[in-house]
Design a protein around this ligand. Structure first.
Ligand code: SF4
Ligand code: SF4
Length: 154
């Protein structure tokens, strides 16, 4: 250290000046949870199931998302649609364990029919592990980000 650095005082003053420089800048602190961040479009919250216009799940129970999910958070049981004219396979059971999900987005990338996508929801909390396992209806009820609609191809 130089003699100047050994004095410490100039460095202390330099640090204080730096602090004062930021003191009057725009505040980035939010009063969470009353105030929320505006998240970027590509933000990966928890995955949600996408519904068709008549409110049914788009998923055809191909299980690709289940296979690619690294922490094995997805569980699907395939069944047949009650209306044979629409499609043959539907997920009789579709669960995502948010206690395991790492929000990686692999499920969204693997899905051939864009039936699952990452949402802006990140406040998934519970006092029990069981309640962290979301069922199909709960996954369909997770709100979508309207800014993402144009990103869908189908
Ligand atoms: S985001 Fe990743 S960890 Fe979560 S369900 Fe999808 S593939 Fe699994
Ligand atoms: S990849 Fe898509 S269509 Fe296939 S099971 Fe998963 S959500 Fe359903």
């Amino acid at each position: 250290m130089t003699f100047y650095q050994r004095l410490y005082l100039p460095e202390v003053i330099r640090g204080l000046l730096l602090t004062f420089r930021f003191l009057f800048r725009k505040k980035s602190t939010l009063q969470y949870p009353e105030e929320k961040h505006t998240l970027p479009v590509g933000y990966r919250g928890v995955p949600r199931l996408v519904a068709t216009q008549d409110g049914k799940e788009r998923c055809v129970a191909c299980k690709l998302c289940e296979v690619v999910c690294p922490p094995l958070a997805i569980y699907i049981e395939a069944g047949e649609d009650v209306d044979p004219n629409v499609k043959e396979r539907v997920p009789k059971v579709f669960q995502i364990d948010f206690g395991r999900c790492i929000n990686c987005g692999f499920c969204e990338e693997a899905c051939p029919v864009e039936a699952i996508e990452m949402s802006q929801t990140y406040e998934i909390v519970s006092e029990s592990r069981e309640a962290m396992v979301y069922q199909k209806d709960q996954l369909l009820a997770i709100p979508e980000d309207p800014r993402r609609k144009h990103l869908r191809n189908i």
